[in-house]
Design a protein around this ligand. Structure first.
Ligand code: NDP
Length: 276
């Protein structure tokens, strides 16, 4: 049987096996898909062992996405730009790396939630790996502009500068701290910080949301997070968490490995936790 896995630390919480088995069943493919907890500092050895046992590809999650990039022999543009990979495919001695998080986000926003990015003012909170992976796919949708805000301001400005070096226009992509948001409004506000994992709230002024904004928290399965509650109390009606992004990035990986793009609607519905 063709073997795949998700590798992370910790990994017990991962929904990837459920998602990929659902895709495989719908496609009529028989696959094996495991969870593997690699020891910290032991990513390469864990992947080597999986390949030696015949594994064909892996998803990669926290904290190994940069290790996955370093491990690969061939980087797709998405992985190179993000400096991180969330999917690997093995072909003899070659290892191909992709980062599907950003495209998963855009598919969820545009296809599932019906919120176009093109022409919209977009704000993304956080300057970690998830934001880095999202920038090129968001810019490819031609927003009016994209602002990256971060608690550690240097990380936001440094991150956008690395994309300016790759050709992004400074009027289109800019970085700042939370204080600088006063007086600015956005049509799409994406929380890509890890604050919701600990029920924390970034110091975001509630005035950033336009009345028709979408507030999107990349964290999933946590219900109404403090960020989503802030948006709701500011009058925002369109609220979403990151479950659709999770399923969409998995669908991209499945299509890349198996040559069949699975439907995602039923799996998203199955994994959705109500936002209450
Ligand atoms: P990183 O650890 O790389 O970055 C975390 C970011 O969050 C940093 O910018 C950090 O700011 C900021 N942050 C953390 N706590 C706070 C706080 N209390 N207030 C303000 N800012 C804070 O994480 P990732 O980028 O890898 O992931 C971010 C989130 O996205 C995670 O919750 C993850 O679960 C989610 N995610 C969801 C996916 C999906 O498929 N739905 C896929 C990938 C990620 P600073 O630099 O100042 O420390």
């Amino acid at each position: 049987m063709d073997c795949y896995a998700v590798i992370g630390h910790p990994i017990q919480h991962s929904k990837s096996p459920t998602i990929h088995q659902a895709f495989a069943q719908a496609a009529g493919h028989a696959i094996r898909y495991d969870k593997i907890e690699a020891p910290l500092g032991g990513f390469a050895e864990t992947v080597d062992a999986f390949r030696a046992a015949g594994g064909l590809g892996v998803n990669v999650t926290v904290p190994f996405k940069t290790d996955a990039c370093a491990y690969a022999t061939d980087l797709a543009e998405s992985a190179r730009a993000a400096g991180a990979a969330n999917a690997l495919k093995f072909d003899g001695s070659r290892c191909w790396a992709e980062n599907f998080d950003g495209i998963g986000l855009v598919r969820d926003l545009v296809d599932n939630l019906g919120h176009a990015v093109g022409g919209r003012r977009v704000l993304i909170l956080g300057a970690g790996g998830a934001t880095r992976g999202a920038i090129l796919p968001l810019l490819a949708e031609a927003p009016e502009h994209l602002c990256v805000v971060n608690r550690t301001v240097d990380k936001a400005t440094g991150l956008v500068a690395s994309f300016h070096d790759q050709g992004a226009h400074p009027d289109m992509l800019w970085g700042c701290g939370y204080d600088a948001l006063v007086g600015h409004r956005f049509d799409l506000v994406i929380n890509a910080t890890s604050a919701s994992l600990t029920a924390d709230l970034p110091p975001l002024p509630a005035t950033v949301f336009t009345p028709d904004a979408l507030a999107y928290d990349m964290v999933y399965g946590k219900g109404l997070t403090p960020f989503l509650r802030l948006a709701q109390e500011a009058g925002v009606r369109a609220l979403a968490d990151g479950v659709g992004m999770l399923v969409e990035q998995a669908a991209e990986a499945f299509a890349w490995w198996r040559g069949v793009r699975p439907g995602t609607r039923d799996v998203i519905r199955q994994l959705t936790v109500p936002l209450i």
